[in-house]
Ligand binder design. Structure first.
Ligand SMILES: Nc1ncnc2c1ncn2[C@@H]1O[C@H](COP(=O)(O)OP(=O)(O)O)[C@@H](O)[C@H]1O
Ligand SMILES: [Mg+2]
Length: 348
């Protein structure tokens, strides 16, 4: 006899029933004086009745409880695994411990999922807020220039040209933001593909230096490459995406570097990886801002970044790309001395 909860309930009811019947039997025997009945008969009857009642009540209670448990189990199991429960599985589902375990596992999983969704939702809300804020600035600027022109400035050739040029600059800014957002959206979607190929990093950096030559020239910044070995540095990575990383890092190094300063790219051969460093001798990053600079739209000095055509998205794109290669990016910086960004890539 199992004395779990239904067992105890059945035990108590069967015991009461047996006592009542036994009592009634004794009373009957006392008034009718049965002859010849053995003296242990009432006890035997009582015991038989108790055992019979115990098992019947227990079976009834179990059937009732387990019919409910089965429904709960079926629903939770199906929610958890996302498909129908098999008959065989259902037949084994009457183990209360198993059902309890399954329910608590399911609740934990749900709690975690909800927390993650909430976090993502907050992130999304903040992101949309940032985008509209960033786009509002150039749009209001353009509107300002147009209204001034409509107010009469249009008749002055000189002002006319100047304001149209400024409006055009604001349009460029909006295009930059939208292009960076498109890159981020593509990188964050599940369809981001890293097309691995073998290429020479030195060559890629030289190409990026050529692309950014004008920008560097305007600030009289000098480019330098330093490597410990005089042979091609072949890596296995997505060439176009790593080019984007270098454009963003070298672009920042020029933007936040000194006038007449130096931007240096260094390579280090590390057994299975190549470590690339991009450094400048510019304004540096305050220590409290360092942990946040890879966040979307985070900028230490908003107006400085905007004036230089920044969107605050460059480093978050860089981080995405490096992480999609399962590699890491780091930064070390000291204020008014300069910053160094470094990332690894697998050798080929
Ligand atoms: N080389 C650097 N030197 C100093 N500060 C930097 C450097 N690179 C990035 N930062 C800081 O990190 C912020 C984020 O960089 P990024 O995502 O590229 O945006 P931005 O469009 O402003 O360049 C910049 O606004 C700047 O404050
Ligand atoms: Mg940038």
């Amino acid at each position: 006899m199992r004395l779990d909860k239904p067992g105890i309930l059945a035990f108590i009811i069967a015991l009461i029933l047996a006592i009542v019947v036994l009592g009634a039997f004794s009373a009957l025997q006392a008034s009718y004086h049965f002859e010849g009945a053995p003296s242990y008969l009432p006890w035997l009857l009582g015991l038989a009745l108790f055992v019979l009642a115990y098992f019947m009540i227990r079976l009834g209670v179990e059937q009732f409880v387990y019919s409910k448990v089965k429904i709960i189990y079926k629903n939770i199991h199906e929610l958890k695994i996302g498909s129908e429960t098999e008959e065989e599985e259902l037949a084994r589902s009457t183990d209360l411990d198993k059902v309890t375990k399954e329910v608590s596992e399911w609740a934990t999983q749900n709690r975690n999922e909800i927390a993650e969704l909430r976090e993502r939702e907050n992130f999304r809300r903040e992101f949309i807020g940032n985008i509209s804020h960033e786009l509002k600035t150039p749009i209001f600027n353009i509107q300002g220039y147009l209204l001034t022109l409509l107010d009469g400035a249009i008749d002055d050739q000189e002002i006319n040209r100047r304001y149209l040029k400024r409006a055009n600059k604001s349009v460029d800014r909006m295009i930059n933001i939208i292009e960076d957002l498109e890159v981020i959206a593509a990188l964050e979607s599940d369809r981001v593909q890293i097309n691995y190929e073998s290429f020479d990093l030195t060559e890629l950096v030289e190409g990026v230096f050529e692309l950014l030559e004008d920008k560097a020239h305007k600030k009289h910044v000098q480019f330098k490459i330093k490597k410990d070995l005089d042979r091609p540095l072949k890596v296995m990575a997505d060439r176009a995406k790593i080019e984007q990383v270098l454009i963003n890092l070298v672009g920042n190094a020029i933007k936040y570097g000194n006038e007449k300063g130096q931007v240096e790219v260094r390579f280090f051969d590390m057994d299975k990886h190549i470590l690339t460093e991009v450094s400048d001798d510019g304004i540096g990053i305050p220590p409290e801002d360092v942990p946040r600079i890879f966040e979307r739209f985070y900028r230490v000095d908003k107006s400085r970044s905007r004036d230089a055509g920044g969107t605050g998205l460059g480093l978050s794109i860089v981080k995405h790309i490096i992480e999609a290669h399962k590699q890491t990016i780091n930064v070390r910086s000291s204020e008014n001395k300069g910053s160094t960004f470094s990332f690894t890539l697998k050798k080929s």
